[in-house]
Structures are given as structure tokens and as C-alpha cells.
Design a protein around this ligand. Structure first.
Ligand SMILES: [Zn+2]
Length: 270
């Protein structure tokens, strides 16, 4: 039985989309590039370039079904670093991304997540969410400061920049949290696992720009989100997120980094 993947991705505003999604008969991949908040990165290529190349290299590495997902990620990270050696890859703001991968092989589903792009399984017992929220434990006081301000204010923008600068100091260190960046060591810190395909009716791999409809805004249940995916496809689910965000354009009800975040979703059925 082959996996059928439907997908879409949309930017959250006027800036280039920093999310990336791919589907193949065996893979669903979502990457969510981390915001640079306008700060320097040491890379002249930018986050959209980074996620496109990391995604492409990841799909290529995982063409071999015998590879562990984390080994495929380590290989892809090394290859992408090799594509821009002229950039300062030691810069703590070097382009980086969350990673979520679902692979179907021989009746088995392998998953890998790194940071907060979740994979949601729909099974006979309901919904299970696989995500890596280690980033949420970091710098809670600075996060709270960002959330005090409405989006589109200078106070908000400055608080986000301070927060991102502080995050960079602990990003990809033992004291902090792990994301895909220039160092393949991040692949050792992924959360991985395996599920029997027979226990899963459908699965959704998505960036937090989509999952927040359920997990943060609490404006839908997973059951409703999957019903939307079935009825209207990934685009309809993203449009639903946008309609909800339009009711709170300055982030008073749901404090956030931007009014609308980039969104990507891959919906997998068999
Ligand atoms: Zn570069």
C-alpha cells in the first residue's frame, strides 16, 4: 500500500516563505526555518535557500530505505554545509530549521522530529502528537516579555530581537535546544520512533504555524483539523488558521511572534 501525500505551504505575511514541505510515495517532510528577526546570520543565502537545500538533500539521502532517519539528516546537514563554505557557518545565527519526517516502509512508519514541528497520528484510539518542545523550556522570562507586547509595535520587535539573540547563545548546545543548522551533531538529538502502519488511519506532518490552531489557539480539535484536511485538503486547513488569526491581528488574545506565521502541512493517507 503506498502512502498518498497531499501538501501545501503558504507564507504568513509579505516576507518569503521559510517553511518547506515535500511528499513522495514513502516520505513526508516539513521544515520550518527559524526566524532571524532581522539579525545577522553570517550567510548570504538566507533561510528560504537553507530549507530548500536541506529538504532536497534529506529526500535524496532517504532514497535508501535502509538508512536511519537520523543518519539521513546528519548526511543532509553535512551536504548543505558543504554547499556554502564561504559563509560563516560558526555564526550562532546561521540559518536553521525544525525538522519533521514521516517515512512509510514495509508496513512500518518511522518518524523523526527536531524542535516544534509536530507529527500527528490518527488511530483507532484517537490522536497522538509527536513533537519536541525543549525550546519552550528555554528563557521563559524573555518569552513572557515578547508576549506582553502587541505585534507590529517597536516594543514587540525589539523584544523578539532580544529573545532571538539570547536563544542563539544556547541553540545547539547541551544547555539549550537542538535544531537543524550547520553542524550534523544536531541529528543525534532528534526524537525518533516507529509505529505500525496498521495502527494509523492518517497522519499530518506540519509546522507550528498550522498546529497552533489546535495546540495554542484551541480553535479546533485534532478531529476537526483532520476532517478539514479530508474535506478541503491542506490549503483549507491553512486558510482556517488565517481566518482565526484575522480575528486577532495584533496578538492580544493569542500573543505570538508575528500576526501570521509561515504554514506547511503534509497530509498522509493510505
Ligand atoms: Zn550561505
Amino acid at each position: 500500500m503506498i502512502m498518498r501525500v497531499c501538501m501545501d505551504t503558504q507564507p504568513g505575511g509579505a516576507n518569503p516563505n521559510e517553511d518547506w514541505v515535500a511528499g513522495t510515495p514513502t516520505l513526508a517532510v516539513v521544515l520550518d526555518g527559524l526566524s532571524t528577526a532581522g539579525l545577522s546570520t553570517g550567510c548570504r543565502h538566507g533561510v528560504p535557500w537553507y530549507v530548500a537545500h536541506l529538504g532536497g538533500q534529506l529526500v535524496a539521502a532517504l532514497a535508501d530505505p535502509d538508512w536511519q532517519l537520523s543518519d539521513g539528516l546528519a548526511d543532509a546537514l553535512e551536504r548543505v554545509a558543504g554547499l556554502h563554505p564561504e559563509c560563516d557557518l560558526k555564526n550562532p545565527g546561521t540559518p536553521s530549521a525544525t525538522v519533521a519526517v514521516l517515512r512509510h516502509r514495509d508496513g512500518i512508519l518511522d518518524h523523526l522530529v527536531l524542535a516544534d514541528s509536530p507529527i500527528v497520528f490518527e488511530g483507532p484510539q484517537g490522536y497522538s502528537v509527536i513533537t519536541d518542545l525543549r525550546v519552550d523550556d528555554i528563557l521563559p522570562e524573555m518569552r513572557a516579555e515578547v508576549e506582553q507586547h502587541e505585534t507590529h509595535t517597536s516594543e514587540h520587535r525589539e523584544a523578539v530581537q532580544r529573545f532571538v539573540l539570547a536563544q542563539r547563545q544556547v541553540r545547539n548546545t547541551a544547555e539549550g535546544y537542538w535544531v537543524a543548522a550547520a553542524d550534523p551533531e544536531a541529528a543525534e538529538h532528534t526524537l525518533t520512533g516507529t509505529t505500525s502502519r496498521g495502527e494509523v488511519h492518517a497522519a499530518a506532518v506540519m509546522s507550528d504555524g498550522v498546529s497552533r490552531l489546535v495546540s495554542e489557539y484551541e480553535m479546533a480539535t485534532w478531529s476537526e483539523a483532520f476532517a478539514t484536511l479530508r474535506a478541503g485538503g491542506p490549503r483549507e486547513l491553512i486558510d482556517t488558521v488565517r481566518r482565526v488569526e484575522a480575528t486577532d491581528p495584533t496578538g492580544r488574545r493569542w500573543p505570538r511572534y508575528k500576526s501570521g506565521d509561515d504554514a506547511a502541512v503534509a497530509f498522509c493517507q493510505w
